[in-house]
Ligand binder design. Structure first.
Ligand code: ZN
Length: 263
């Protein structure tokens, strides 16, 4: 199995994502880590001092608790490695050496031989990169798969600091505009996306919007999301979320319009 879900566009072009490889590849020798911390299931190894990032690292255990509270994600039982480079060049070389088939990304999550690793480098958006990729890592530690659009929608939602998630994402303004012009993609349309290369900026925005609706909108929508993920967790092939939402929430397209109109 190979699953890929990473960002391929926009300002943070080639930024974030989840990649799972089924093929074996020998572990490489660790480079010159100069700092290491453990927070919750995360083992963070970095090529720069982590002292100024302690606050960010301290958010990771609460991020896991939030996924448990909101999505009933199970506590992560295996370590997730965070490999943080000092700059883009180091990061690029580190990835190229180990995963030559993976195109350059600003940050990425790779699961290989049951080892889950997040790779990123020191930059102005490291906090977003880390929350985004660690969300992928926690979801994939708990579930055998996550539909591409939902995986990205959830990672986009949880990439902001907790107090900013509900109302301060840059997607919000554009989603309102999308809704006005009837351009927001439906869940059924998003479910057709299977290859990350085909995911556009609008797909990411629409995915975020539906996640926001399910987390902050009607309780029935949230319940469907939690049940859907639970069935995946239990290795049951769930019915499409688009069908379940349409049944649980009458007038779905009107309801999502109303949801964002009040924000
Ligand atoms: Zn992603």
């Amino acid at each position: 199995m190979e699953q890929v879900s990473r960002r391929t566009f926009g300002k943070r072009a080639l930024a974030a994502g989840a990649v799972a490889f089924g093929l074996a590849r020998g572990a490489q020798a660790a480079p010159w880590w100069i700092d290491q911390r453990q927070v919750g299931p995360f083992i963070c190894q970095s090529a720069f001092p982590l002292i100024e990032y302690q606050e960010l690292l301290d958010e990771l255990a609460p991020l896991e608790r939030e996924l448990m509270r909101v999505l009933a994600v199970q506590p992560c039982k295996t370590p997730i490695y965070l490999h943080l480079m000092a700059n883009k060049r180091q990061h690029t070389e580190y990835i190229r050496e180990r995963f030559p088939e993976v195109p350059y990304r600003q940050a990425l999550f790779i699961k290989q031989n049951n080892r889950a690793s997040v790779f990123a480098y020191k930059n102005d958006e490291l906090d977003i990169d880390i929350r985004h990729e660690c969300t992928h890592a926690l979801l994939h530690a708990d579930m055998p798969m996550v539909p591409l659009w939902l995986d990205e929608g959830l990672a986009e939602y949880f990439e902001l600091a907790k107090d900013k998630r509900a109302r301060h994402h840059s997607h919000l303004k554009k989603v309102k505009w999308d809704l006005k012009r009837k351009k927001l993609k439906s869940v059924a349309e998003l479910e057709k996306e299977e290859r990350l290369e085909d995911m556009t900026a609008a797909d990411y925005r629409s995915s975020w919007a539906w996640v926001h609706f399910m987390l902050h909108g009607p309780v029935e929508a949230h319940a469907e999301l939690v049940m859907f993920l639970n069935e995946i967790r239990n290795h049951t092939m769930p019915r499409a979320l688009s069908q379940r939402l349409a049944e649980a929430v009458p007038n779905l397209s009107w309801r999502i319009q109303q949801h964002f109109a009040q924000l």
